[in-house]
Design a protein around this ligand. Structure first.
Ligand SMILES: *Cc1c(COP(=O)(O)O)cnc(C)c1O
Length: 362
């Protein structure tokens, strides 16, 4: 069978060796003659897995010990409500940065709990989209936190600046960013990410929170299952955690450590995205209108001259074993999502396919 490559934005590609290992262990995990899915999350075997998973995240991301790692459910979307419900009391204010689809969804949800200041930081100059530098962001001094999404998965636009707003808490949706590039955790109060882009399968959401933020008084209507303090007190097992998703994520982190961790993988991610953007910029038919410093490293979007050629391109790519390149319905076009598990080989194949298509059709 010809090798295929999966450019899905999420749920996304998982490392092949991880799937092989899961297959091998499926009927007999840890010499138990049972699957990991069939045992209690309170058994010593599973608690060990959770502890190891935490340890690996701490090592890989260099998480300081005044932070707590929470394994949650309900996706990033649940965090859109969990964040304001946990951090804001009734009259508290928050700022929400709007730079695309997902930050806007977070704003819509936050409006149920507060009256957010909305910072529109995505600008256009000479038909090029860019994100304003953070020192130009207008920060009101009465806010409890500022929320942003540094990598907008759908538009393929990103900011790689390190956030620093004095003692204002920074909250970030890192769903398509986490583990692709080093971040300085100390700059954040809360980060969250759903797993299905770059950590494991859907069902798991990771929250990393500064411990002092767990302590504060909570709104009475905050559901227990979304209460960070309760989740932390129960070692992320207040309700039954998504055990298979946690197990597979653990395998992915083992794989990531074998690759050399975040510094090595981010270097490869850089190479992969550079190759694609160079191909786009050197072509006569592929267009990406995002300022170079704000181009996403993981979600590379481009358009062709018209919808007809885009459809032809998708068909051509499919015939060559390149799948799920269609852009999100909200914006159309083409999108190649190239998270950690996408090998350089896959991007090279896509680039060859783009070059061949250009010669063939224009
Ligand atoms: C995919 C994605 C989401 C939505 O995640 P769910 O797990 O479906 O809730 C939110 N934010 C970003 C940045 C994403 O990429």
């Amino acid at each position: 069978m010809n090798q295929i490559f999966n450019f899905s934005p999420g749920p996304a590609i998982l490392p092949h060796t991880v799937l092989k290992q899961a297959q091998k262990e499926l009927l007999n995990w840890n010499n138990l003659n049972m699957s990991v899915m069939e045992i209690s999350h309170r058994s010593k075997y599973f608690i060990r897995l959770i502890e190891d998973l935490k340890e690996d995240l701490i090592t890989l991301m260099n998480i300081p010990n005044n932070y707590e790692i929470l394994f949650c459910q309900g996706g990033a979307r649940s965090q859109f409500s969990a964040v304001p419900m946990n951090l804001l009391k009734y009259n508290d204010k928050a700022a929400y940065v709007n730079m695309g689809f997902w930050s806007n969804k977070a704003i819509q949800e936050a409006k149920k709990y507060c009256n957010p200041y909305v910072l529109n930081v995505k600008k256009k100059k000479n038909n090029i989209d860019y994100i304003q530098l953070m020192n130009k962001w207008h920060i009101h001094n009465d806010i409890k936190y500022i929320h942003y999404c540094p990598n907008e998965t759908i538009e393929g636009i990103a900011t790689y600046e390190e956030p620093s707003f004095n003692d204002i808490i920074v909250v970030a949706d890192l769903s398509s960013y986490i583990l692709t590039k080093y971040i300085n955790i100390k700059q954040y109060g809360v980060i969250y990410a759903s797993a299905q882009k770059n950590i494991g399968p859907a069902g798991l959401t990771i929250v990393i929170i500064r411990k002092d933020l767990l302590e504060q008084e909570k709104r009475i209507e905050l559901p227990s299952a979304l209460n960070y303090q309760i989740i932390a007190q129960h070692n992320s097992m207040f309700n039954t955690p998504p055990t298979f998703a946690l197990y597979l994520s653990y395998l992915v982190l083992q794989w990531l450590k074998q690759q050399g961790g975040i510094s090595t993988i981010s270097h490869i991610n850089q190479q992969k995205s550079q190759l694609l953007y160079d191909t786009i910029d050197n072509s006569n038919i592929y267009i990406n209108n995002i300022a170079k410093k704000n181009r996403s490293m993981t979600n590379i979007v481009f358009t062709l001259p018209n919808i007809k050629t885009e459809k032809l391109f998708l068909k051509y790519a499919n015939n060559h074993g390149l799948f799920f390149l269609k852009g999100h319905n909200a914006i159309g076009g083409i999108r190649a999502s190239i998270y950690n598990a996408m090998p350089l080989k896959g991007v090279k194949k896509l680039v060859n396919c783009m070059n061949d298509f250009e010669k063939k059709y224009l």
